[in-house]
Write a new protein. Structure first.
Length: 334
């Protein structure tokens, strides 16, 4: 009778220990303590023989049921603990960046171009576009550039082998004409784009480079507007300490025309006082005539400058060819 009464409490004790085993070693220990060869449960089973014939079947049945329960509990706890052992010890931070290779970056010229566009957007300019394969009319004639102008010389310009005098545009100024032919004033555009000239590549020249053109047409536009705009943009691009000055110059599509110099800490670092950076002027009345704008009503200014030059000054790059070699050791620095 006493044996029968021992089964249930021993089973409960064994179940409690198996289920609470903290790791696989503790589980094995609990298993040994109850159902191993020297376990308490095994000892109980060995005592079955000491029972009377009447008691034995009931006790045997209870012990067998208990054994099944203990084995099930043991197996369940074992798979739980094995899973736990397989998981990382530290909690996983799913917000950490993955182990992928670094993503690509924008080319420094693209970055500078986007900066320039961003500055002009703040003051109401939109980006316009035109073809790189141009004709003489848009590139020269409509811009009041006479047929004997050196820019039109075969030595200076890439002409295509076609009958209608097509060429790779020598400047983005051609887009001024295309835009004005298409839309009525007011006009407020900037034109980033690639241009081509017959130049040998050296540290400061390349047969193809990039320009930004600007054009503003409205009523009562003045040189003061031009200067204020240029000053605002160059200060954003090259630093708040940037000063600019206008020098008289000649362009056939503007009158008066100027070259723009600037001065700041970057220029001082190069051991210079002023650095030439852009060309500009008030749109020539003949250009307005060419696009059917009334020069008595409309006034405007235009400018153009090189993007590579801005990038070289800004980043202290001394060889323009680095921009086109696409050496990742160079590109990764921006
Ligand atoms: N097209 C000139 C160049 O390539 C730059 C330029 C000068 C553009 C004066 C202009 C301008 O719009 O008004 O050197």
């Amino acid at each position: 009778m006493s044996l029968l009464n021992e089964i249930e409490p021993l089973k409960q004790a064994a179940l409690a220990e198996l289920k609470s085993a903290a790791d696989l070693a503790a589980l094995d220990q609990a298993k040994g303590a109850y159902v191993g060869p020297n376990g308490k449960f095994t000892a109980l089973m060995k005592q079955l023989g000491t029972l009377s014939k009447e008691e034995r079947p009931a006790a045997g049945k209870l012990i067998n049921q208990a054994k099944v329960e203990l084995e099930t509990a043991l197996a369940e706890r074992r798979s739980e603990l094995e899973l736990k052992a397989a998981l990382p010890k530290e909690p996983t931070d799913f917000t950490l960046p993955g182990r992928r290779r670094p993503l690509g970056k924008l080319h420094p010229l693209t970055q500078v171009t986007e900066d320039i566009i961003r500055s002009f957007r703040k003051i109401g300019f939109v980006v316009a576009d035109g073809p790189e394969i141009e004709d003489e009319y848009h590139c020269f004639d409509a811009l009041n550039t006479p047929a004997d102008h050196p820019a039109r010389d075969l030595q200076d310009t890439f002409y295509l082998n076609t009958t209608d005098k097509q060429l790779l545009r020598t400047h983005t100024s051609s887009v001024q004409i295309r835009v004005m032919k298409k839309q009525q004033p007011p006009v407020r555009i900037i034109v980033p784009g690639r241009v081509y000239r017959r130049d040998n590549a050296d540290a400061t020249h390349n047969p193809t480079f990039h320009q930004i053109e600007g054009l503003y047409v409205d009523k009562n536009v003045t040189v003061g507007d031009l200067k204020g705009t240029v000053e605002f943009v160059f200060r954003e691009l090259l630093g708040k300490d940037t000063k600019i000055r206008f020098r008289p110059h000649y362009f056939s599509y503007t009158e008066p025309s100027f070259e723009i110099d600037f001065q700041n800490a970057l220029v001082k670092k190069l051991g210079k006082d002023w650095l030439e950076i852009a060309g500009c002027g008030m749109v020539h009345p003949q250009v307005f005539e060419n696009v059917n704008y009334d020069p008595e009503v409309w006034t405007g200014w235009a400018f153009g400058f090189g993007i590579e030059r801005i990038a070289m000054i800004r980043y202290g790059i001394n060889d323009i060819r680095l921009f086109y070699e696409n050496d990742v050791r160079f590109l990764r620095q921006f």
